[in-house]
Design a protein around this ligand. Sequence first.
Ligand SMILES: [Fe+2]
Ligand SMILES: [Fe+2]
Length: 133
Amino acid sequence: MVTVGVKSIDREHAALVDQLDRLQSNPAVHPDSDAFTDLLSRLGRQINAHFENEEEILRTCGMPAEAVLEHFRAHTAILDEYARLNLDLMNGGELSREAALTLIRQWIVEHVLRHDLKIADFVPAADGAQPTS
Ligand SMILES: [Fe+2]
Ligand SMILES: [Fe+2]
């Protein structure tokens, strides 16, 4: 996984990718299973905590206000999608395993690539930057 150069953020991204891997590697975890419900609620707590931490970095790293706002909006959109997914499932909505995986992959992998990587431009190399491996 690519790194943004802030240790705590990179660690949280790795933990989120772990959850996604766990889901991808276990075909038994289908959206109508208890295992999926557990994983989804754990993921929701993790995403919430991660966004709070990352937004603190975004507010203080010197990134232009417009870029920070755009990033905040992307977080809000993900939290909205998460809430909507939970509501749909609660109301008996049908969701394929592939659709769930696609959604979660967007929240985690695509968001990091499209938004979080920009943080690297504003983090001094001395402040926790680590070689990409
Ligand atoms: Fe982000
Ligand atoms: Fe992030």
